[in-house]
Design a protein around this ligand. Structure first.
Ligand code: URA
Length: 214
């Protein structure tokens, strides 16, 4: 993988990836590289095996993840677990994380509604994802949804055009694949759309299982 570039003064500069995930998680817990930390409960660092062959990357923690301090444990996580199960992938063998590690939200009555992170917030959080990738060194990275896909593969990437394709490694990194975000399936407008999108997510994760089995 290409050398990680950590901006001067970024908390991730204190981390040596050779030390492993736990020291990185501990430093990330105090990250103030963008303003999102101020309204979030905690940093939600990735979790899973330090040598997982498959890394799944979502957008940012949701309300439940913010409270639990763990990625994909709310409704989107339940949808992801269902799709992983159907694809024959044991979540224990996967490293799960997000491009942004603090929950960005706005109040709506008593609820906290998800807000999409800005390009600057995604950039500020990038060193943490790079450190996770450097430590875990997965064979395949699956981007869940457009925000993750564009942050990782490139701003011009369109899920609608290239969903489910196994893309070659860049700079010695893992192979890449982008698919629907489980939350997009939960938000589908009709039961038919929901079925179609879930089937696509399962098909893409089945492709992922084949890639890591090779
Ligand atoms: N959505 C995400 O992108 N990540 C989570 O961890 C939960 C919901």
């Amino acid at each position: 993988m290409a050398t990680i570039v950590v901006p001067a003064g970024h908390p991730a500069a204190l981390v040596r990836s050779a030390a492993g995930l736990e020291p990185a998680r501990a430093v990330a817990a105090g990250c103030t590289a963008c303003d999102l930390y101020a309204r979030a409960t905690q940093t939600v660092f990735g979790e899973g095996r330090h040598d997982a062959p498959l890394m799944l990357v979502g957008e940012q923690p949701g309300d439940r993840e913010d409270l639990a301090g763990r990625p994909f444990v709310g409704p989107a996580g339940a949808m992801l677990d269902k799709a992983l199960d159907e694809a024959g992938i044991d979540r224990e063998k996967v490293f799960v994380t997000n491009v942004v590690k603090h929950f960005k939200w706005r109040p709506s009555g008593k609820r906290r509604l998800h807000e999409r992170p800005t390009a600057a917030e995604i950039r500020a959080c990038r060193p943490w994802l790079d450190i996770e990738r450097e430590i875990v060194r997965p064979d395949l990275l699956v981007a869940l949804g457009a925000t993750a896909a564009q942050a990782i593969i490139g701003r011009d990437f369109r899920i609608t055009e290239r969903r489910g394709e196994v893309l070659p490694p860049v700079d010695g990194g893992p192979k890449l694949l982008a698919t629907f975000h489980p939350s997009a399936i939960l938000r589908a407008r009709t039961p038919e759309d929901r079925e179609r999108m879930l089937a696509a997510l399962i098909a893409d994760l089945t492709t992922a299982a084949d890639v890591i089995a090779r």
